[in-house]
Design a protein around this ligand. Structure first.
Ligand SMILES: [Zn+2]
Length: 77
């Protein structure tokens, strides 16, 4: 279901500077609802809270960390 390896490979950042979110930013981001850490999704266009099953979209490289704006993973699957 979830790709968890992406967040763990932050070291290889020099060559993939596409629209990959900054690893340091990812480490300080937390789900606004449960305050748990979030993980980048498979496509790299959103941050996932597995606990709440919510996807926070990344728009223009800025993660939208708002519960009201988040999508349910159950709706996406
Ligand atoms: Zn959460």
């Amino acid at each position: 279901m979830f790709v968890t390896c992406v967040a763990a490979t932050g070291k290889v950042h020099k060559e993939n500077k596409k629209r990959m979110i900054n690893q340091e930013l990812l480490e300080i981001l937390a789900c606004p609802q449960c305050k748990e850490g979030v993980k980048i999704n498979e496509k790299g266009d959103g941050l996932v809270c597995e606990k709440c099953r919510l996807l926070y979209e990344i728009r223009d490289d800025i993660p939208v960390m708002l519960v009201d704006e988040a999508k349910s993973l159950d709706d996406i699957e």
